[in-house]
Every structure is written in structure tokens, then in C-alpha cells.
Design a protein around this ligand. Sequence first.
Ligand code: ZN
Length: 255
Amino acid sequence: MPMRIVPSLIAQPLYASGMDIRNIVILTGAGISAESGLATFRGPDGLWEGHRVEDVATPEAFRRDPALVHAFYDARRAKLGTVEPNAAHQALARLDSEWPGELLLVTQNVDDLHERAGSKRLIHMHGELTKGWCLRCDERFRWIGPMGEGAACSSCGAAGMVRPDIVWFGEMPYEMERIDEAIRGCDLFVSIGTSGAVYPAAGFVQTARYCGARALEMNLEPSLGSTMFNESRIGRAGDLVPQWIDELLSSSPRA
Ligand SMILES: [Zn+2]
């Protein structure tokens, strides 16, 4: 896909004063995982792998039909074993290891591709497919393989009380205070592969801009909040993200 750069209404040269970028917050969404072959959270048909989100991604759905919800997430977890991090994940891991300033990668994705690529400064704001959460003892723990209705907690031993550690619709995303603090203190906010449709993540760019940061988005199409960004780069994350990180690491002083 050809790349093009769309200057927004409030455009200013993003790297004209690139030397003063120190603190970076990066938000990633379904688009970056889609390029590794994982179905986007909501496809063009409005469904997620053939399911309405109301049927598989709400606490009510889990109470109503836990077997269906477990089967859905068991299938998503199994799929992880068939995909690999792509060039965008790899480049973000390189930035994490080489960037001397503050950096926080916030992902809306529940897959493990960022950590498999090597990212360390990472928050899964919507939870993780590779974790279970015991509703009896409140422990969270790593989970590989199918979970199902009868899963036993590895901490308290209770059976049938473990759910996928996924933030469902109607539930509070994780680590919002830490994310908000990082956004308020960042010089550059970058959004990758997200449509800007799901709050609270969709509001991050506004907070960043109000607090004085510059903002860059990379997406297959301008997002819903596109005019909030200083610059929108349109194309595949696997092409755009490595290019941007090369620019950033070559234009900024090392600590
Ligand atoms: Zn337990």
C-alpha cells in the first residue's frame, strides 16, 4: 500500500524541535495485530470472529453463557500460537530498549505479540489472553491452553471460578491512573493501528494535546479523532512504524 502523509488542520512540523522529545507514550490497537493475522476486534461486519461483542465480551454474557465465552477466548488464546510479532512490534521493542527517556507502550490488544517481540515498558489496558483471574481469591496468573468452565485456580484451588483476564465492555480498563499520569507528562503521543472509536483510549490524544504534547498517528486510514493529531501517516504499521522509529532514534540525542 502506498504511504501518504496527511497534514492535519493543526499541523506543525513534528520533528522541527525533535531534539526536545524525551517522554513518549504510544497507544496501539487492533490494526497492529491484524498485520500478524489476528482478527481485528470489530471487523467490517461489526462482528469479532463471527460473534457480536455483546455475546462474548461483557460480564452479562459470561453469566448467561460461560461455556460460549470460554470457548471464544480459548480459541483466541490457541490462535496466538499460530502468529508471530511483525515488523511494527519488533521496531517498538527496539525503541523500548534504546530510548533513554521515559517511554510507555499502552496496548488495547489482548494478545502477547508486544512482549514476544521484547517490549518491557508495556501496559495491557484491556487485559491479556494469557492470564486467568480467579473470582474467588482475586488472584491473576499466567494461563496457557484452554481454560473452560471447570478451570481450577492455581492459587486457591477453587474450580469453576476462573475467568479470562480480559476487560469486558462495562468494566474499567486497567492501570488508568498510571496511563493518565504518563500521558500528562509526555512530549510525544503516538497512536498506532487504532480507529479512535473506543473510549477511554480514544480520548488519550486530547489529554496529551491539552498538556502540550505533540501527537502522531499511524493507521490504515485517518482515525475518528484525526484532527487532534499534528500528523497522520497513512499506511501499514509494518512499514510506517520501523521508518518512524529510525527517524526518531537518529534525530534525538542519546542520554
Ligand atoms: Zn483462586
